[in-house]
Design a protein around this ligand. Sequence first.
Ligand SMILES: C[S@@+](CC[C@H](N)C(=O)[O-])C[C@H]1O[C@@H](n2cnc3c(N)ncnc32)[C@H](O)[C@@H]1O
Length: 382
Amino acid sequence: MATGTDAGLLESPKPQSVYKHAILEQYIIQYATMTASKLTPKRCVLFDGFAGRGRFDTGEAGSAEHMMVAAQKRKGSTQIDLLLVEQAHKDYEILDKVADEYRSRGIRIDSHHDDCKNRLDEMLQLAKQASLFVFLDPCGAVLPMDSIRDVLAKRGTWPRTEVLLNFNAGLIRRAGGQFKKGQLDLGGVAQADRVCGGEWWRDVAIRAHEDSGGQNWESAAEAVAHEYARRLTAATPYGSVVAPVRRQVHQQPIYYLILLTSQPHGFWVFGVSAAKAREKWIDFLGPDPDERESMLWDTVADQLERERACAIQHITNNLRTLTADGKPKKAVDNVHAIFGALYGEARETAFTAALRELVKSGELEYVTKGSKPRDFVFRRVS
Ligand SMILES: C[S@@+](CC[C@H](N)C(=O)[O-])C[C@H]1O[C@@H](n2cnc3c(N)ncnc32)[C@H](O)[C@@H]1O
């Protein structure tokens, strides 16, 4: 049985799982298809190192089944092979039964009742000449930093590799509080040292906590998550996205999903996948109770429509700034300049709507219009 903040997480979907699974649902299939497209054979390996049961007791897909569904959907064009690891025996038995269903439909799924860290070599072996997606979603401590860095170093950038990991914000908040009070024997500080591969996080957490007026540890957890991602990717061709995952809109993040990618396409597709996932999560939560009190409208659709209008305005301003130098700009190479603070929140359609209006009004023009919005090249009309 899972404990702490993860109690019951494997039984029925909780808001934080809805967001995570919606990202996986959106993103994995696109990642696998795109990254395998130039390989012979077209093949991608998906690794779920802390797989859980694969499917909730209520029948909804967990992370592993989302991977299985992606493999089945693309079976005709891309070979997607899965490697799943789960340490808890009962959870593994359920996982393996779900896997059997998809094996019988011709999907290759290797599964192990084991500790994730024992299967990294096998993962690298299986993914030779294939692209690789590594999902690390533990309840507590993720793998040591060195073993993740080692995977990036051994894989290089071709065939493509990405890592999506769950970084526990609650652990950093708890450990930060314990460290400040000198409670080094309570376990939190030692666990955070292990996860972060050293003591560096202590200074980062204390500084952020004090800078925020010493009121809470939210900014500390955020600062540590960003520094963790920076250290994981330092001196590698990889960059990172740090996405907070909350139980409710106004609550502190439970964890951060951290994506490591070496490709602009990774940043673009992940951002728009996260935006769709966020809408699914908001829909799951229902209308924002704070907004409902002051608004005439109280449906989720109204909330999302207001957000969309703000996003179009925000992106319009960003596009004006981006194109001010008159040079052609390709969307995918300018993902942060385009989405800015709304990266991971604004939909791709907010970008296309903003661009369309700027072109219609004669401010911008298309240089080339690719088949996907991320391939659009545009510039300021001189
Ligand atoms: C948060 S749950 C996974 C949920 C799943 N990824 C999903 O989204 O549906 C974490 C799982 O990791 C398992 N676990 C914990 N430590 C592990 C380890 N060292 N190796 C493999 N699995 C482990 C736990 O038993 C638990 O089932």
